[in-house]
Every structure is written in C-alpha cells, then in structure tokens.
Design a binder for this molecule. Structure first.
Ligand SMILES: Nc1ncnc2c1ncn2[C@@H]1O[C@H](COP(=O)(O)OP(=O)(O)OP(=O)(O)O)[C@@H](O)[C@H]1O
Ligand SMILES: [Mg+2]
Length: 438
C-alpha cells in the first residue's frame, strides 16, 4: 500500500495544539478547562498518524466501556469526516474498531473489561480520555503495554480536567520531573470552534459555582470531598417541610404520596432513570409549580419499561404533569412515554431540540447550583426525608464528579435538580435565580 499524503491545514486546528501534531514525547499531557478542544485535537492527531504512518494499532481508553461509543468513537469519526477521508476507513460500530485502508487500526476499550483489554496485542499508541477517572495503577499497567519495537514513536496521550489538586495525575506528571513528557494547558478561550451555548454556560459558572468555574472554565486544579449543598438549609427543610407520606394506596410500597392531585393545579414531574449500575434507583418525583413535592417513587429492581409505564400512569393522574427526563440513560423511558404511551407533556431541550435533559459537565454544576439556591431561598418544599438524606452526602469526588459519597445514592437529588431545570423552562418559580443551563 502506498503512503497516504495528507496535507494538513493550519486553519483546521486550534493554534495551541498545532505544534503538538509533531510532538513525540512519550507522555503528551493535555489538561485544562472544559470544551478547550483537547479531545478533538487528539482525534485529529491519531487520524493523521493512522493515515501517514504504518503498522499502527492505537488503543483508545476510557474507564467505562459504555461511554466510549458516544464520546471518543464519535470524535474520531468527526475527525475523519472533517478531512473528507471517509473512503480510507472501515468503521465497525459493533466491534468498536476503525480500520484504515493501509492496515492501521484504532481500537476502543473500557478499563472495566480487563479480559478484552488484555487480548489486544501489538499496541503502538494509547490515548486515555478523561484520565482523571482512572487510577495510577491502571495507568502504569497501560504504560507497560506500550513497549517493544515499532519504527514510529510510541506515545501515550492523556486528556483530563484538573479536578483535584490531590489527584494522582498531579503528583505523577506535575510535581516531579518526568523524562519525555510534554504538558499543555488549555481553556475554552483556546478553542476558536467553541459554541455559544457552552461559552455562556462556562461563564455563568463564575457566579453560580466559583469552584467549578476554577476547574472547568479556567482549567485550574480544584478541591474535592466537600459537600455541595448547604447543610443548614437541608436541616431547615427537615424541620419545616419534610413529612410522613399519606397511607399507602398503590401496589408499589415505594410510591410515597404527600398530596393527592387537585383539579386545575399545574404539576411538574422529574425522572432520573437508573443507570443500571450497582443499586441505584429509578426515581420519579412530582412537584407543584410552586415547588411543593407531592410524590416520590424510588425503586431499584424494576425493569425500566415497567417503571416508565408506572410513571405514565402517575403523571396522568397529576393532570398530565409537565415531565422532564434525564436522557443520558433515559432513552428507554422517553421512548416508552413518547412512542408507546403518547404522553402529552414532555420537556424538550431548547439547545438540542431533543426530548429530555442532558446532564453534562457543564449543565450539572448549574443544576446543583440551582438546587443549592432553591434550598437557601426556601423556594422548594422537599417532603421526602430520603431525598434530604441524599442531599447531605452529595459531594465532589476525587474524580471530579459531583455525586453521592461512596455507598450512598444521589438519584433523588438529581430528580429534584431536574425539576428545577423544568421550572426554568416553564417560566420559573417566584424568587428563583435565572441562570439557564438549557
Ligand atoms: N479543530 C476543530 N475543528 C472543529 N471543531 C472543533 C475543533 N476543536 C474543537 N472543536 C469543537 O469544540 C468542541 C469542544 O472541544 P472538545 O470536546 O475537544 O473539548 P475538550 O477540551 O475535550 O473538553 P472536555 O474537557 O469537556 O472534554 C468540540 O465538540 C468541537 O465541536
Ligand atoms: Mg474532552
């Protein structure tokens, strides 16, 4: 096979990354704020090397295999189509491999499947996306995989947001001198392709969550472990608003009701479907537009279809409540509500035009900041004691994620914060802050 000649255009790259296309360091560390173009650049670099070099097998890694398909796999496909070289590649979506006409390969694997990972031989380059999710031990094992001969340079690229100054990534790459390591910091300001919605969301963080702003907008090292919701206001909710539910009246004892539906009252329902990992819950909450919780249904061992149908039944009882669904994992719930049940009142995102609400690195901090404000302003009345318990242990983890402390749940917290996002789309609660994550 003859060598491909690909003439790179500088204008296709962000300025900060252009010199890195020829950086041959063993470790290429790209870190900084969200939407700074890190992932896109690495996809470009790998596609470029695959096209012009020979005997390559690039391994692209994330902690969780199921997240690959919607992230890095798409990034690589985008880089290929941006350069109009689709005809050079065979894309196998099932196997998650991309093969170039010259025999080079790109394979995608999750660290959660160590058996499959071990079966991959002859790796000549590695990209670890969202490296803050993985442990130092995982990294060192991958590093060992990249030994042996190849005529081209061998490189491990790591991309991440600097979520915590106590993360191993900091001590490993930053606090000591490592041979053959290049480090590049970038923020959204370095990305000339950044879209307006993201830009506004990141700038909004300055007011809503200064700590998140530090990490995701400015690309500086963050702190972790702190609870994120104001404890004293959670206690206030417990004292003033938490209540015992009405006597059980449904086949499911997991359904708690604090107020029966009232004619002509507008209700809002929020749904956080289970991710199917461990023992997390499917959660449905129903609230009045004034912010009073009237129902909670939290269950973990019910098939998603059954859960969705029960939601449909309950929401219809509450005057066809306006319904917001977390759609990262909620595709099946949305599918059933829309296509099977023809539920009439569903939230669509202004931004994407899609049904449901997408929790991302930029929307989640705003959701949590809004929930925090609503607790402080007492603009919501949380009836569920379990929900308030979850709020007390909702923290920023070492991996940068905002979620429940180990061994705890946060699905009710997410449902409550989704309710507030629906309320914003609906026109707002009185006295409620107006920073839109939509
Ligand atoms: N060279 C490019 N050409 C076209 N679009 C680009 C380019 N670089 C970045 N973008 C756009 O900017 C968006 C954000 O970039 P990217 O996802 O690479 O950021 P990131 O730094 O990896 O962010 P995060 O830290 O959130 O993972 C991309 O989805 C893409 O739309
Ligand atoms: Mg990225």
């Amino acid at each position: 096979m003859s060598k491909t000649i690909l003439k790179l255009k500088k204008s296709h790259f962000n300025k900060i990354y252009w010199p890195l296309i020829s950086d041959k360091s063993r470790y290429e560390v790209l870190y900084g704020g969200a939407a700074s173009g890190k992932s896109f650049f690495v996809a470009q670099k790998i596609v470029y090397r695959v096209l012009v070099e020979s005997n390559h097998k690039f391994l692209i890694i994330r902690k969780v295999g199921t997240t690959l398909r919607h992230s890095v796999f798409e990034e690589i496909k985008k880089a290929i189509s941006n350069w109009n070289v689709e005809h050079m590649f065979t894309i196998n979506k099932t196997e998650m491999t991309i093969t170039c006409a010259n025999g080079n390969q790109i394979v995608f694997k999750g660290l959660d499947d160590p058996v499959k990972l071990k079966s991959i031989q002859g790796v000549t380059g590695i990209w670890i996306e969202e490296a803050a999710e993985i442990t130092q031990k995982d990294f060192q094992e991958l590093d060992r995989r990249l030994r042996g001969r190849n005529k081209h340079y061998k490189q491990i690229i790591v991309t991440f947001n600097p979520v915590s100054a106590s993360h191993w990534l900091k001590s490993y790459f930053f606090d000591r001198k490592l041979d053959s390591c290049s480090i590049t910091k970038s923020t959204y300001l370095d990305n000339k392709f950044v879209d307006k919605g993201t830009l506004i969301a990141l700038q909004t963080l300055k007011e809503t969550d200064p700590e998140e702003y530090e990490v995701y907008a400015l690309g500086n090292w963050g702190t972790t472990g702190k609870t994120l919701l104001p404890k004293s206001f959670i206690f206030l909710q417990e004292e003033k608003h938490a209540m015992d539910p009405l006597p059980l009246q449904d086949e499911y004892e997991e359904i708690k009701i604090w107020a029966e539906p009232i004619k002509n009252v507008e209700y809002v329902a929020s749904i956080d479907p289970s991710k199917g990992t461990g023992n997390d819950n499917h959660v449905l909450q129903i609230w009045t537009r004034q912010g009073e919780q009237v129902l909670e249904f939290a269950i973990n061992d019910l098939p998603t279809e059954f859960f969705a149908r029960k939601c449909d039944e309950l929401m219809r009882k509450y005057n066809d409540a306006f319904c917001i669904v977390e759609n990262n994992m909620g595709d099946l719930v949305l599918h059933i509500l829309i296509n099977e049940r023809m539920y009439p009142n569903i939230y669509f995102s202004f931004n994407t035009g899609r049904a449901g609400f997408e929790t991302t690195k930029t929307t989640k901090p705003i959701m949590i900041a809004d929930l925090s404000d609503a607790l402080r302003e007492e603009s919501i009345k949380v009836r569920s004691r379990e929900c308030l318990e979850e709020m007390k242990v909702f923290i920023r983890k070492e991996n940068g994620k905002m979620e429940a402390a180990d061994g705890c749940k946060d699905d009710r917290v997410i449902a409550a914060s989704l309710f507030l996002q629906a309320i914003k789309a609906y026109g707002g609660l009185a006295g409620y802050s107006n920073n839109s994550a939509l």
